[in-house]
Design a binder for this molecule. Sequence first.
Ligand SMILES: [Zn+2]
Ligand SMILES: [Zn+2]
Length: 381
Amino acid sequence: MLSICRWSSTTLLRHSALRVPPVIVAGRSLHVTATLRHVGCAGSAHIPRTQRAAIVETTGAPLKIVDDHPVKQPSELAPGECLVHLDCTGVCHTDLHAKNGDWPIQAKLPLIGGHEGVGKIVAIGGHTQDSPVKVGDRVGIKWLAYSCLQCEPCKKGLEQSCLNGRYSGFNVDGTFSHTEAASILCAGVTTYRAIKYSKAHIGDWIVLPGAGGGLGHLAVQYANAMGLRVVAIDTGPEKRDLVLKLGAEKWIDFKESKDVVKDIIEATDGLGAHAAVITAATSAAYAQAVDYLRMGGTLMAVGLPGHGKLSTDIFYTVTKSINIIGSYVGNRQDAQEALAIAASGKVKCHFTLEPLSALAETYEGIEKGAIVGRVVLDMST
Ligand SMILES: [Zn+2]
Ligand SMILES: [Zn+2]
């Protein structure tokens, strides 16, 4: 029987606190491939030939859930590759971009999306050397599936921008199948890193547009853990209650506010915020930031609209000495740090557990901005 439960990131975090290797961060010596629905005791897994999976066949086509998708067998694993039996996976806006093909780069087709999976290793490819994990270990599968650690970005600590990088649920099949750690692995790492490099110090004001969503609600908690004062921007009573509960000091409902910029400046001692981490996938969320940041403030660009341009007033960007910085997920070290903070109990993913069959509705919810926190798919249902 499985000794692991099938909840989301909390399970992963508990295990990581127990010093079980918490996450496969990219694949220096081990790459992850599709995973399995049911496993026996560690090392004695029964590995079926087929599995349930959510497949995108062509760009923009409706999702297809099939029960006969082949499972890569242990004998087919390359050295450095492993097979993971998935318990659960988070759903990210990136998965929707991959499905809709609205980014300047295109995903492989057909595609199994997903890049926030938690599960257990059931097989490791023959001739694998110096593996950091073993059969039975609980691991997470995140966006960066492989980085070479040889190119210039890798050697400078930007593994997430590796020139030879491969990405789960984009150009490598991901976690929306019955065979492959949940939301901390993408949403958590992404927001943690953006705040870490935002130049904000303890006691500074940080603005988080989209604070009640998947990335935003984790950002509120990481910002709090770092001693920052949070101005949460989003809409609706459910999101308001969540972010205030998670420690946001100020709340602005962008649909109710007559002037969001003015309200933010008022909320931040009349001087504006020290930093803004824009996780929203719309250009509009970016456009206001320079106006409400104080002198020397930092705009962290994180959310990825399909074809948005970042337009700011050059005059005020210069005269206010504004920093504009892009931040893309995180490297191995960022992932370990984000997980450690979550494992200490300071950050928790607020999620709704759904079956894989609810993926299409989840995408609709993401598109409408209606999802409070994160949706995590229970891969055992
Ligand atoms: Zn993601
Ligand atoms: Zn590289």
